[in-house]
Design a protein around this ligand. Structure first.
Ligand code: ATP
Ligand code: MG
Length: 153
């Protein structure tokens, strides 16, 4: 079905706002254009929620999370960028595996099962989309997502 992606993101961020505030993380959404797309709203809502939730929980005191939405004639593009603890280079290839969590005392004390990103990636691939990660340990992480506007199951 046709989904208003701007509204979907508004809702996702609204729901995560209290968690961000509790961690003193500034959560900002920047929508560069209106986007509607043929997507499975339930699955992509979960996928994006996982990304933003990670960006909040693997962050630092007084950190920030920046979510942005853009589109061209074929795809919409999502960026989730954070000022958090980052992901070590040798962990990057494993983060989409089920139950994988970076083995750092730092992230160990943060709760989680290690399923979030596996679910996120599956949902994005199901839409014939793509996800990429860029990260620097101690500085932060950027996830980029690309989803076709007209996905046919
Ligand atoms: P769950 O999402 O199932 O509650 P989780 O957050 O540990 O648990 P994933 O979302 O799959 O699991 O993430 C896997 C691991 O990747 C995390 O445990 C964490 O070590 C690392 N990670 C994911 N996102 C980030 C991020 N934005 N910054 C730093 N590390 C991250
Ligand atoms: Mg997670």
């Amino acid at each position: 079905t046709s989904v208003n992606i701007n509204e979907m993101l508004d809702l996702i961020l609204k729901r995560l706002k209290p968690i961000a505030e509790k961690q003193h993380v500034d959560l900002v959404l920047e929508s560069f254009r209106p986007v509607t797309a043929e997507i499975d709203e339930v699955k992509l809502t979960l996928a994006i929620t996982n990304l933003v939730e990670n960006a909040i929980k693997y962050n630092k005191e007084d950190g920030w999370v920046h979510v942005s939405l853009n589109a061209d004639y074929q795809y919409f593009y999502l960026k989730v960028e954070d000022s958090g603890i980052g992901i070590p280079e040798d962990s990057l290839e494993h983060i989409y595996e089920r139950f994988y969590r970076v083995d750092k005392s730092h992230s160990r004390e943060i709760g989680g099962t290690g399923l979030g990103l596996a679910i996120t990636r599956n949902a994005i691939l199901m839409h014939r989309g793509a996800i990429k990660v860029f990260s620097t340990e101690g500085e932060g992480t950027l996830f980029t997502v690309r989803i076709p506007l007209n996905y046919i199951a």
